[in-house]
Design a protein around this ligand. Structure first.
Ligand code: HEM
Ligand code: HEM
Length: 652
């Protein structure tokens, strides 16, 4: 029976594209003329876009579930052996489908914006709607021309090629979804910024409205990055969570500018400064989400986890050019209104801590940007693609990050405007002593690496500032008669924004410890073992007990058994790393196994092996403090939740 899914899908996308263009134009006309009927019609069109994109998504899922190989995307990304739920996640397994997901999230955010702001923000709202639907129109254009998800495949093959085996992992459900929620989430503050510029209402209004949106987008991006790191760590088989790969950098850059933006808005709220800068930062952040996609999708730069490439590069580059041109023209047009009303009174003040925070974050962004596109620059100049490795990124960025940690301790406690000597003494003498003491203790304990000592000393310093501040505030509440639990709870509740920020900072500190510890103290070895033989590393013995082979639904698997002991006679664990052989892949895929620990993970990768299982090569790693990255992610989640609660009281 012929399936009409391709034609139906195409038609739905074409109609959605028409509606998005109509909604955007309608909203602009309504904004200029103030005609409510036009605005209402534009709103209905935006709802229509959401309905149609939802329909497209469901249609594609249905095609996956029914193995409709007349759709090329389905045939490329599944086969009859693909397990059920990977057939659903295959939706975003490659370029065309992930654009649908992107567009769907964007249309959903648009729907929420319509519901929330059409009455509350009559001045800004039409332009917000105009910008968001214009962006949706761009994605629908991409789905219509260079990356059609419903392209027909003839003749219809009896089976599909199958999903990239690396993607059969629980990370497939969470990582892309979190990242795209982050990327698309930044559309909302961006659209409000455009609306602020278009209407000339460039005061604090748009910043106050979008604070929660920004935090939500920023949080999802953080989560996507962390889950990506987790995925790299347990799937790619090299035992690392970060490689300064272009795809990683693509997500990291908007995270950096987004973090800068979260902070710089506080200066505008408090001191009426940095209006222009805030607008520029949010434009930059949104631009970087588009640029990242261009970079990872155009195929101009090689990456370990770019899964599909197509001809969409030119579209994204063109769109980026339009976005930047329109935004910066608006910015130039309104420059007069964006003059600061406050000014910097002293270098030793909270304002300047924030300014430095922004400067450092933008400097890291620039280095990452430069390092990522360097292969292109070098190719243009010398004809050879020279890629920039981790040493470059680390050399420049580690000092900047250490600087950021220092500021993270200083910023929240130093006085606004001008800090007195007394303010500095009162807030910083004790934490500095704690930081120095921590570094000294570690030095005596044998830690030699200066960067690690610096990082850990700074973490202790910042933790000291947070504890000091909180203890002081809680003591003040206690003097009003509250017990400690009530005082703590009361503070968190009443000043949830401030302490939410602090808890996020604590999360970052835990991540920083994880990064420093794992870089400095992880050890590894690679060796060939006969059956029954053991390898030793960092106090662990790992014995090779043999191999088993099995036929899985869509691949053939050879699994090794390794018994882990730590010197004693009883086994701690048995690990089963494997090699998976897929029909559609030339080289086997590693399946890593590890024993997760609070302080260290024992991590085993199966290498080459003898057919009869008599011997095998094994890569053995003892990775220290990697778990702290994931724990830091949990702390960050708590902090974000706290910061997002309705404000108990505006910070004093
Ligand atoms: C720290 C590590 C990682 C980071 C920062 C990262 C970053 C990204 C980014 C920026 C995107 C969106 C690409 C776009 O603009 O369309 C993406 C998508 C995706 N990532 Fe990752 N990633 C990481 C690790 C991984 C790993 C290890 C895998 C799988 C082995 C993976 C699988 C995917 C998939 C399937 C998508 C969605 C489909 C696609 O865009 O190709 N990621 N990731
Ligand atoms: C990369 C590291 C950082 C991250 C991820 C981060 C994240 C955050 C987040 C999410 C908030 C809550 C924002 C809100 O509720 O609107 C916050 C608040 C804050 N951050 Fe950071 N931050 C970082 C570094 C810094 C640095 C270097 C400074 C130094 C100036 C700083 C100073 C502050 C201050 C003063 C607050 C507000 C606390 C209050 O309301 O009093 N942060 N931070």
């Amino acid at each position: 029976m012929t399936s009409y899914t391709p034609e139906i899908g195409y038609a739905a996308i074409a109609v959605a594209l028409g509606l998005a263009v109509y909604a955007s134009a309608g909203a602009a006309i309504a904004a200029r003329t103030g005609r409510p009927a036009v605005l209402a019609s534009a709103e209905r069109a935006a709802v229509g876009v959401w309905l149609l994109v939802t329909f497209c998504m469901l249609l594609l899922v249905a095609a996956f579930l029914t193995f409709d190989f007349s759709v090329r995307y389905v045939a490329t990304n599944t086969n009859r052996g693909t397990p059920f739920y990977y057939r659903i996640t295959a939706l975003w397994g490659a370029l065309e489908g992930s654009i649908i997901l992107w567009c769907w999230m964007l249309s959903l955010y648009t729907l929420i914006v319509v519901g929330r702001y059409r009455r509350r923000q009559p001045a800004l709202y039409p332009w917000v709607l105009c910008a968001m639907t214009a962006i949706a129109a761009f994605f629908l254009l991409v789905m219509s021309v260079p990356a059609p998800p419903f392209e027909r495949l003839t003749p219809v093959p009896p089976d599909g090629r199958g999903l990239n085996p690396l993607l059969e992992d629980s990370g497939m459900i969470t990582h892309p979804v979190a990242l795209y929620l982050g990327f698309t989430g930044f559309t909302v503050p961006f659209a409000f910024a455009i609306a602020a510029l278009a209407t000339g209402r460039t005061g604090d209004e748009w910043i106050t409205i979008t604070r929660r949106w920004t935090i939500v987008a920023w949080y999802f991006l953080s989560l996507g990055l962390l889950i990506g790191g987790w995925w790299s760590y347990h799937v790619l088989g090299w035992g690392g969570y970060w490689a300064w790969d272009p795809v990683e950098n693509a997500a990291f850059m908007p995270w950096l500018t987004g973090t800068a933006f979260l902070h710089s808005v506080m200066i505008q709220e408090r001191r009426r400064m940095l209006k222009l800068w805030n607008l520029a930062l949010v434009i930059l952040t949104f631009g970087l989400t588009i640029f990242g996609t261009f970079l990872t999708r155009s195929g101009i730069i090689g990456s370990v986890h770019a899964f599909t490439q197509g001809s969409i590069g030119a579209f994204f580059l063109g769109f980026l050019a339009v976005v930047l041109l329109v935004s910066f023209s608006l910015l130039a047009w309104r420059a007069e209104r964006l003059r600061a009303q406050g000014e910097l009174d002293s270098i030793v003040s909270r304002e300047s801590a924030f300014l430095l925070n922004n400067l450092f974050l933008v400097a890291v962004t620039f280095t990452v940007f430069f390092g990522t596109i360097f292969p292109l620059l070098s190719e243009a100049v010398t004809g050879a693609k020279v890629s920039v490795g981790a040493p470059f990124f680390n050399l420049v960025n580690i000092p900047l990050f250490l600087g950021l940690l220092f500021l993270m301790g200083v910023g929240p406690l130093i006085a606004w405007r001008r800090a007195s000597a007394q303010n500095l003494r009162r807030n910083f003498v004790a934490p500095i002593a704690i930081g120095i003491a921590a570094a000294a203790i570690l030095r005596v304990a044998g830690v030699g690496n200066v960067l690690v000592l610096g990082c850990m000393g700074l973490v202790a310093f910042v933790t000291g500032t947070i504890v000091l501040d909180f203890a002081r505030a809680a003591r003040a509440r206690r003097s009003h008669g509250d017990g400690w639990p009530a005082a703590t709870w009361g503070l968190l509740r009443r000043q949830n924004r401030r302490y939410g920020g602090f808890v996020v900072h604590l999360g970052i500190l835990v991540v920083a410890l994880g990064v420093a510890g794992s870089q400095a103290w992880s050890v590894h070895t690679e060796t060939t073992l006969n059956r029954g033989e053991s390898a030793q590393l960092a106090g662990y013995r790992v014995r090779f007990d043999g191999l088993t082979a099995s036929e899985e639904s869509n691949h053939f698997r050879v699994t090794g058994a390794f018994t882990v002991t730590n010197g004693g006679s009883s086994a701690l664990d048995t690990l089963y790393p494997a090699k998976k052989f897929y029909r559609q892949e030339q080289t086997p895929i590693a399946y890593v196994d590890y024993r997760l620990g609070f302080l260290e993970d024992v991590y085993v990768v199966l290498g080459d092996f003898a057919q009869d299982g008599s011997h095998a090569t094994v890569k053995l790693q003892v990775n220290r403090m990697v778990s702290w990255l994931w724990i830091g992610g949990l702390v960050l989640t708590l902090g974000t939740g706290l910061a997002l609660l309705p404000e108990g009281r505006r910070p004093a």
